[in-house]
Design a protein around this ligand. Sequence first.
Ligand code: ADP
Ligand code: ZN
Length: 216
Amino acid sequence: MIIILLGPPGAGKGTQAKILCQRLKIVHISTGDILREAIKSNTALGQEAAKYVERGELVPDSLVTKMAQERLTCDDAKEGFILDGFPRNLSQAESLDEFFNSNGLLDYSVIYLETSETTIIKRLTGRRICKNCQAVYHLINVPSRKEGICDTCGSELYQRPDDSESTIKNRLQVYERMTAPVVAYYSHKGKLLHISADNEAEKVIEAILKFLGKDS
Ligand code: ADP
Ligand code: ZN
């Protein structure tokens, strides 16, 4: 099964993808996670990508498309995958189409997590992440038991630098300009499922599983 998750930053793509990949036994491929990992390990890709990620800009297609395709051809993606954060502009969507066509992957679902701006700002400014295991918390919606400390591994929580209010504004503008056309692209293909992602996470997952026929 192949699922593409679309939606603005803060829509909950990562949260939903993590639950879905467990339920459906397929891998979660997040280009944002891969880039943050590359930045942390200070690889050549990470060094190049850091300046874009920090500003909330898109990392150039020449870097991201190759990175995504390499990940998609790994063995663990053979049974299916959930793409989170890719494609993020029309050129990435077109290259993904080519990749799907040349690999005979014709059956995929595109889920659009529609989210209001108020929800987006609240979710992103309250988001906190574990430095060690990358578990995601929220100051109000999903607080850790002990403030600033990960429930799972006891490490410190941090705020993603691009979750600061000024960078969020830029990410939203980039989203409108670059990624909103991707939503229209899949909608024209008749591939798009709209889900209202302002609801709490459990309701959203329920709606997605129902659509996929996996709700029993
Ligand atoms: P969010 O969806 O909350 O914005 P992500 O973790 O998906 O967060 O992405 C964080 C950053 O990583 C983006 O702002 C961008 O700089 C970079 N990035 C992630 N995916 C892509 C992509 N497909 N193309 C270009 N840049 C990307
Ligand atoms: Zn942790």
